[in-house]
Design a protein around this ligand. Structure first.
Ligand SMILES: Nc1ncnc2c1ncn2[C@@H]1O[C@H](COP(=O)(O)OP(=O)(O)O)[C@@H](O)[C@H]1O
Ligand SMILES: CC(=O)N[C@@H](CCC(=O)OP(=O)(O)O)C(=O)O
Length: 256
């Protein structure tokens, strides 16, 4: 099977021009087929605040009311996505920016209201792996924003870690996929304040133990849940690492 590398980059890296530019340099240097998924949660929170809209997160997910949906659509599908695409084009990478609505690559369903009403948040139903593969085989590099659509004309907000995990799962049927979650830490840390306490390998058992102990918390929980789901579904390698280390053998390896 042909190899494909999927990189997911989070809000703290994309928010700052210098760290984003370094990530795009490292991404450009990756050999072979590749795809980039970006977040941008911090940028959305900032713009929302400037517009007088308060942001509320529950279990690492944004409560997305109608006004917030407009903000995230503008920020993720517009500013962040197009900055990244332009940055990659400047480095000779033939990138195309996509939300889930573009080419119908990711359809979702509005999350049902249970204990929490997340508003316009989409749970992924279908990723069009064949469509993405047809772009990739033309040496086009998809750059995916954390937005999906419901097929009835509505955009929905979807966590970027989930977009990366679900995209990797769909493409694992067609490629030998490596999924790399990169961010501002060296990996999953045993002590969040000690950058050198990287846990080299993590299994579901260790994960559960670390959550109970409070070692792993916040945004790291959905990242790891998506990682285990990807490994279970046939993604060959899942790694959580530092944004400046995506070309190196470093970070935390996720095992079943
Ligand atoms: N054990 C841990 N190791 C590393 N980071 C952790 C850990 N537990 C919690 N975190 C926090 O999780 C954050 C990453 O989650 P999140 O902010 O959702 O990232 P991203 O925007 O890159 O998806 C880190 O910045 C860190 O503050
Ligand atoms: C539903 C939901 O929570 N969507 C996320 C999408 C952005 C994201 O995941 O960005 P990071 O990777 O930078 O955290 C949000 O609006 O924050």
């Amino acid at each position: 099977m042909e190899k494909l590398t999927i990189i997911k980059v989070g809000g703290k890296i994309v928010e700052e021009a210098d760290t984003l530019n370094q990530l795009l340099d490292n991404f450009s240097a990756l050999p072979g087929y590749k795809l980039l998924v970006h977040g941008g949660g911090r940028s959305a929170t900032k713009l929302a605040a400037q517009l007088g809209i308060e942001s509320q997160m529950v279990n690492g997910r944004r409560i997305t009311d109608a006004e917030t949906l407009k903000v995230v659509t503008m920020v993720y599908g517009g500013l962040v996505n197009k900055n990244i695409v332009a940055g990659l084009q400047a480095k000779g990478v033939n990138a195309i920016g996509l939300t889930g609505a573009d080419l119908n690559v990711i359809r979702s369903v509005k999350r049902p209201v249970k204990d929490v009403d997340y508003g316009f948040v989409g749970d992924v139903e279908a990723v069009n792996g064949e469509m993405l593969a047809s772009l990739i085989h033309q040496n086009i590099v998809p750059v995916m924003a954390p937005l999906t659509h419901d097929g009835k004309g509505n955009m929905l907000n979807t966590n970027a870690d989930t977009i990366a995990g679900e995209t990797a799962k769909a493409l694992a049927k067609l490629f030998d996929v490596t999924l790399v979650y990169c961010f501002e830490k060296k990996g999953v840390l045993r002590d969040a304040d000690d950058d050198d306490s990287v846990i080299p390998v993590i299994t579901p058992e260790l994960f559960r133990q670390y959550v109970v102990e409070g070692v792993i918390q916040g945004g790291m929980i959905p990242k790891l849940e998506n990682s285990f789901s990807a490994v279970e579904a046939g993604v060959s390698r899942v790694i959580i690492t530092l944004a400046s280390a995506i070309n190196q053998d470093a970070g935390t390896v996720i095992k079943k």
